[in-house]
Structure formats: C-alpha cells, structure tokens
Design a protein around this ligand. Structure first.
Ligand code: NI
Length: 137
C-alpha cells in the first residue's frame, strides 16, 4: 500500500479539539485518526447507498418469555439468507445475550432489524453497522 501525503487547512480551535479527542482515545498519530474517520464515512456511505454490508445485531432478552422466543426464531428464519451465524450466551438465570452476525444488502438488513424491533419484550437491541471490508484498506 503506497502512502500519500496531503496538507489540510483547519480552524485552529477545531484542530485543538480534534487533538484533545484523539489523545483521549489514545490514537498514536493524527494520520491514523483521520484515516479511521475517512473509513467510517465510507462505511456509512455503503449503508446509505444500499450496498452489500456486514455487521452484527445484539439482543438481550429474558428466555422465560416463550412468545418472544418463538417470534425471535421465526423472524430469524424469515431472514435466514442474511444471517452468517448466531451466538447465544446465557448471561444469568433469566437473561440471554444473542449476537447475530449478518451480511447482505443494507436495506434488507434494515427490514430484518425493524422486524426484530417489533418483537415485544426485548430488553435491548442494537446494530453494529460494519462492512464486508471490500474496497477498504
Ligand atoms: Ni440463554
């Protein structure tokens, strides 16, 4: 991978705020922080442009709720072409954490997420909107 250098002109106060932020996040260099911001914006564009993307959906629920469980399984079967794998962790006597690894067209993942959110009784649902990594260094 060839490195390119470029010069950026910024408002001084904005640069100071950026430097404070990346110091707190333990970035080794400004270059690494800027590259991560650019990559994050490219991944966001992949989702907005309805490209093939990858990521994970995280759920927390009480497994004693049988209606919830059957709806959760039904919904996953309805969207099984998007699911790479599912990991189920028994957090304690009541609570389960489920991680659904997904890959597919962004809008189809959006529909899957909406159907999951419609299930009553979930304690938590979130999406980690990632990328297949194609086209990113
Ligand atoms: Ni469990």
């Amino acid at each position: 991978m060839a490195l390119a250098r470029f010069c950026v002109s910024l408002d001084e106060e904005l640069l100071q705020r950026f430097d404070t932020k990346i110091r707190k996040e333990h970035y080794p260099t400004r270059s690494k922080a800027v590259a991560d911001l650019i990559r994050a914006s490219l991944v966001e564009k992949e989702w907005l442009a309805d490209e093939e993307v990858a990521g994970a959906i995280v759920l927390v629920y009480d497994h004693h709720k049988h209606d919830l469980l059957s709806q959760l399984v039904d919904t996953q079967h309805d969207h099984q072409t998007l699911i790479i794998s599912t990991q189920h962790i028994h957090l304690d006597h009541n609570n389960c954490l489920e991680i659904i690894a997904i890959r597919g067209q962004a809008h189809r993942i959006g529909i899957f997420l909406k159907h999951l959110k419609a299930i009553k009784g979930l304690k938590h649902i979130s999406l980690a909107a990632g990328t297949t990594g194609k086209g990113l260094q």
